[in-house]
Design a protein around this ligand. Structure first.
Ligand code: ADP
Ligand code: MG
Length: 255
């Protein structure tokens, strides 16, 4: 039984086929690292999982519930908007750019979405938000505004904000790529803590050390297909495909 299943996903932008039959099956508690060169379709794939992009063909199922599947003509058909919204909320997203609401305090950033969808008391939501801020080491920044925080702190707020919706799966798209090197550690630390708590995670990253240490499975994508995947040790230490070898060579060289 998979918590997230994507089968044979195709996506094109104009003339360009960006995803050419990508499949991913994730079990509860698994941590998956997705690596690959720039332009290989990693972000597009994550965005498709969360319906930030629509797929052209393929099936996506979250906790056994179908979000999209092929119709009789072989083209993707989505469920109704309300169902999709409900399924999307099972998935938290963290992007490279932190995307915090600039005119709201850190605490307000965390509370906004839960206030809109959960029928809980404001005090209850605030208490939950403060607990999450504490978890990412930022309880003392509750009343600050995003511009008053470092990039690493902003990204930790973004993670706490995604967690505030109590997702079953967390997706990260290069969460540390926009950060100065000295700030990546604090963000990776929070992600590692989440993994240790058995959060199901799909992480697009160039942090090979993180992938090796935290991921159960590494997926190498290139030009819209999965070239190879397997246990982190196997893929990162002993890649079979020459494209994986070449990519790891360039990434490790750049460090
Ligand atoms: P990655 O995250 O692996 O760097 P992306 O998924 O961002 O790759 O992009 C894959 C390809 O799709 C690139 O060639 C990119 O230019 C193209 N692409 C991504 N988003 C769009 C879009 N909204 N419109 C047109 N082309 C896009
Ligand atoms: Mg990307």
């Amino acid at each position: 039984m998979y918590i997230l299943q994507a089968l044979d996903i195709y996506k094109r932008f104009h003339q360009t086929e960006v995803l050419k039959g990508i499949s991913l099956q994730v079990k509860k508690g698994e941590v998956i690292a997705v690596i690959g060169p720039s332009g290989s379709g990693k972000s597009t794939f994550l965005r498709c999982l969360n319906r930030l992009e629509t797929v052209d063909r393929g099936m996506i199922e979250i906790e056994g519930e179908v979000m999209v599947q092929n119709g009789p003509d072989g083209k993707a058909v989505y469920g109704n908007e309300k169902e999709i919204a409900r399924l999307r909320r099972k998935m938290g997203m963290v992007f490279q750019s932190f995307n915090l609401f600039p005119h709201m305090s850190v605490l307000q950033n965390l509370m906004l979405a839960p206030m809109m969808v959960q029928n809980a008391q404001e005090a209850e939501i605030e208490s939950m938000a403060r607990t999450l801020l504490d978890k990412v080491g930022l309880a003392h920044k509750a009343n600050n505004y995003p511009f008053e925080l470092s990039g690493g702190q902003q990204q930790r707020v973004a993670i706490a904000r995604a967690l505030a919706m109590n997702p079953d799966i967390m997706c990260f798209d290069e969460p540390t790529s926009a950060l100065d090197p000295e700030l990546t550690g604090e963000v990776l630390r929070v992600m590692k803590d989440l993994a240790m708590e058995h959060m199901t995670m799909v992480v697009v990253t160039h942090e090979i050390g993180f992938a090796r240490e935290v991921a159960n499975r590494v997926i190498f994508m290139d030009e819209g297909v999965i070239i190879e995947q397997g246990p982190a040790q196997e893929i990162l230490t002993n890649p079979r495909h020459e494209r994986t070898q070449a990519f790891l060579g360039t990434v490790l060289m750049a460090r």
